[in-house]
Write a protein that binds this ligand. Structure first.
Ligand code: F6P
Length: 363
């Protein structure tokens, strides 16, 4: 019997369970493969005693409609740069990949499917280079992984954000207010951009286009006439003023990237300082974008990713990540997928079309 280990790492995302089910169902059609899941990324495997679960077509039945991940996840303690407190209080990062690969092999696993975003795929590549047969599956609501047209979870996050945006439009209208809605997206503004187009925003602020506050004020004022009117703004958490810093909160031990959040309030203050007379309210959507059931599109791509990932294992095509490209499913080397980041291109057709719809990016 051959053994496959599945891990879900990094921030969770709608569709993770659909990938797990896809792998388990496809593997059940082979007589010589057993599928196991490690709880909370690879932590479950490394703990003593280890926390693993056998995954079958029976115990994964129907989970594709559920949000979150039945395996749990973590975005702390990256094994590539594991933070260890030193006697003098300083923190040193240690590469635990060789230990991790040794442990996986000693537990009798022949292959790994690692479901995760750019950070997790960096781990996949390091494990592959260390001699572990690995296949990657791209996930993140941020859609910031290159080589794939979409990551699963993104469209669900956009739908959640758009539903909230629509609600903010009616109340903005009743009170003649400016509604600022903050969405996730630390380095890439994909959720903000899609939501702004879907909802019909006046202003969309994204990390890739630092904004000029006076241009934002100008666009909002144009929506008002003698105090009547209203405006809806979408801002990505990583957006910032030209030559300004991102708005962040305190970091947590073991978590490498600093936590973002609160830019809606920063923008609100900047607008008031720039002289905007209208009343402003702020909404931070936060983790509502990461939770809940995946929409049909994400269920489909996540399920297909799961089946394809297991088929790559069967074919012995390791060091590959499954992708959706030009409306077809294939795979690319993980090294290629992590070599560049999927930013919104300020000169893209999508951004130009948004501008054509009257959306200001503050540039
Ligand atoms: O990477 C996905 C993401 O949703 C980012 O957009 C966001 O900054 C981060 O996760 C939030 O992570 P946490 O769950 O640790 O607050």
């Amino acid at each position: 019997m051959k053994k496959l280990l599945i891990s879900t790492g990094g921030g969770d995302c709608p569709g993770l369970n659909a990938v797990i089910r896809g792998i388990a169902k496809r593997a059940a059609q082979e007589k010589d493969w057993e599928v196991w899941g490690s709880f909370e990324a690879f932590n479950g495997l490394m703990e003593k005693p280890s926390r693993l679960i056998r995954l079958t077509d029976k115990n994964t039945a129907g989970i594709h409609v559920m949000g979150g991940t039945i395996l749990g996840t973590t975005n702390k303690g990256n094994p590539l740069r594991f933070p260890e407190k030193q006697a003098d209080g300083s923190v040193k990062t240690v590469n635990h990949i060789p230990d991790l690969v040794r442990k996986i092999k000693s537990e009798g696993f022949d292959a790994v499917i690692n479901i995760g975003g750019d950070g997790s795929q960096e781990i996949s590549q390091a494990m592959f280079e260390e001699g572990m047969p690995v296949v990657g599956v791209p996930k993140t609501i941020d859609n910031d992984l290159s080589s794939t047209d979409f990551t699963f979870g993104f469209q669900t996050a956009v739908q959640t954000a758009t539903d909230s945006f629509d609600r903010l439009v009616t109340t903005a209208n009743s009170h003649h207010r400016v509604m600022i809605m903050e969405v996730m997206g630390r380095n890439a503004g994909w959720i903000a951009l899609y939501t702004a187009i879907a909802g019909g925003a006046e202003v969309c602020l994204i990390p890739e286009i630092p904004y000029d506050i006076n241009k934002v004020v100008e666009r909002i004022r144009a929506r008002y006439d003698n105090g009547r009117g209203f405006a809806n703004v979408v801002i990505a958490e990583g957006a910032h003023i030209q030559e300004g810093a991102v708005t962040s909160t305190q970091g947590e031990f073991g978590r490498m990237p600093v936590r973002l959040g609160g830019v809606a309030f920063t923008l609100s203050n900047q607008l008031k300082e720039a002289g905007l007379e209208a009343e402003i309210r702020e909404t931070i959507l936060g983790h509502t974008q990461r939770g809940g059931s995946p929409i049909a599109f994400d269920r489909v791509i996540a399920s297909v990713f799961g089946v394809k990932a297991f088929e790559l294992v069967l074919e012995g095509k390791f060091g590959q990540m499954v992708v959706l490209r030009n409306n077809d499913f294939s795979s690319v080397p993980i090294s290629e997928a992590i070599s560049s980041y999927n930013y919104v291109d300020p000169n893209s057709t999508l951004v130009k079309a948004a501008k054509g719809l009257g959306i200001s990016f503050g540039d």
